[in-house]
Design a protein around this ligand. Structure first.
Ligand SMILES: [Zn+2]
Length: 450
């Protein structure tokens, strides 16, 4: 049927429904299929009391979106169905439509097409465009599929006695960095257990209220950044879990707050000196003095350029530098004592994070903080002050060398979620997507509903 849209006659029946009218509207670019119920009351039982004594009370019309058959024509199904009234309990109910997808206004076959498109990774917006079905409906169908899959997965995990041992918690930016979301990952399986809006204590408390805490009885350690809210809540709700400060967060904080701060301060110093010499040389009238001042200006400026351009070399692990870069770095460190101290402290920090003996790590970190506090280099002293009371969370890395890096690997999936998810019009949809995308592959297949 429907090979050509001119001169088409149809005759379809689907259970008690019959369709004889097919209407094509060229101006509106719409196709309508009219179904009407031919059900007689003998075969109907009351959906409330089960009595088989009902009468037709009224008729009603329901419009469903269908899969388009012709490109560019949206297709609709108009269903005239009965409303029955029970002669026994007097309640009124509508006749069921066997080809309607539950909780939507689309036909089951349209829903199946949407499922198939989604399983191929097509964005909701594209599906909406080519089917003429509103993206919200597409999104609802998608959410339904994902929820079902996630629930099935969770039931399976529970049955199998799921007890994760290592978790990671971290925040990520949504809505162009204006707001944040927090996610919790099982580091062994890579599955995201929970995603929620915000990153404050109030926001993150929801994880402990919503997730099945029974399953988290055997958590040994949790990796996280310096966020106090995360730490306090884990200590309160899962006290047996050790807190492990993520080494990459600590190292990157040290690089910006200490190493780079010192480097920039020294560079500015040269710039100031240089400006002084420049001013003097411009004002100076004696020729010999003039050229001497000019020479000094040039020297200061060269030093400034050298340290200004050393950012990468200073912040990069020495292992990753070429021989020339290393020599250049060494010259800079020789000329700048403070920078050299901070640089050595970072190398020591890297070494401490590689220790696997908690006792040695404790000793090492204590020594490190003591040396930092005594250094008289302001950014270094401040860093030590701010973090010395977190020594236990740094030492715990020796027993549990875990990190939030795996959770950050989720960022790519978040990008996919953003693409499929058609922006962030709905947080829950997006959060479900993130969790869904972290599932093992076999769970991500989207089954066709039959
Ligand atoms: Zn009844």
């Amino acid at each position: 049927m429907l090979l050509d849209h001119n001169n088409t006659k149809i005759q379809i029946t689907c259970q008690q429904y019959e369709c004889t009218n097919y209407e094509l509207n060229e101006t509106k670019k719409e196709i309508w299929l009219d179904f009407h119920s031919r059900q007689t009351t003998e075969n109907v039982r009351c959906m409330y009391c089960g009595a088989d004594n009902v009468e037709i009370h009224d008729n009603s019309t329901t419009i469903l979106k269908d899969m388009p058959v012709f490109y560019g024509f949206r297709q609709f199904v108009r269903v005239r169905r009965h409303k029955y009234k029970c002669r026994f309990c007097r309640k009124v109910f509508s006749e069921e439509i066997c080809f309607k997808e539950t909780n939507t206004r689309v036909t089951t076959r349209a829903a199946n097409f949407i499922r198939a498109f989604l399983s191929m990774g097509m964005p909701a917006s594209t599906i909406s465009e080519c089917t003429g079905i509103h993206w919200e409906t597409v999104r609802n169908i998608h959410t339904q599929i994902m929820d079902e899959t996630l629930q099935t997965r969770f039931r399976k995990l529970k049955e199998d006695g799921y007890r994760p041992e290592y978790l990671a918690v971290d925040e990520f930016a949504i809505h162009k960095g204006q707001t944040y979301a927090t996610s919790v990952m099982d580091l062994d399986s890579g599955e995201v257990l929970w995603v929620g809006r915000g990153r404050s204590t109030e926001d993150f408390k929801k994880f402990f209220q919503e997730y099945d805490m029974d399953l988290l009885k055997e958590v040994k350690a949790v990796a996280m950044d310096m966020n106090t809210a995360f730490r306090n809540l884990f200590e309160k709700y899962i006290p047996q879990a050790e807190i492990v400060l993520d080494r990459f967060h600590v190292q990157s904080l040290y690089s910006t707050r200490v190493l780079n701060a010192v480097r920039v301060a020294e560079a500015k110093q040269y710039l100031r000196y240089g400006r002084c010499f420049k001013k003097f040389w411009k004002d100076e009238t004696t020729k010999s003095l003039r050229s001497e001042l000019k020479q000094q200006f040039t020297e200061e400026h060269e030093k400034y350029i050298a340290i200004r351009d050393s950012r990468w070399a200073v912040l990069t692990n020495s292992k990753n530098l070429s021989a020339t870069q290393k020599t250049a770095l060494e010259t800079i460190l020789e000329d700048h004592k403070d920078l050299a101290v901070c640089y050595a402290m970072r190398e020591e920090m890297t070494r401490l994070f590689e220790l696997r003996d908690p006792e040695k790590a404790t000793k090492g970190w204590k020594k490190w903080f003591k040396a930092a506090a005594k250094s008289r280099i302001k950014p270094l002293v401040n860093f030590a002050k701010a973090h010395c009371e977190k020594i236990d969370y740094l030492v715990s890395h020796a027993s549990h060398p875990i990190s939030t890096a795996k959770l950050e690997g989720l960022n790519n999936k978040i990008k996919v979620a953003k693409r499929i998810g058609y922006g962030f019009r709905n947080d829950n949809y997006f959060f479900t997507l993130v969790r869904y995308l972290s599932l093992p592959h076999k769970y991500m297949l989207i089954p066709q509903k039959t």
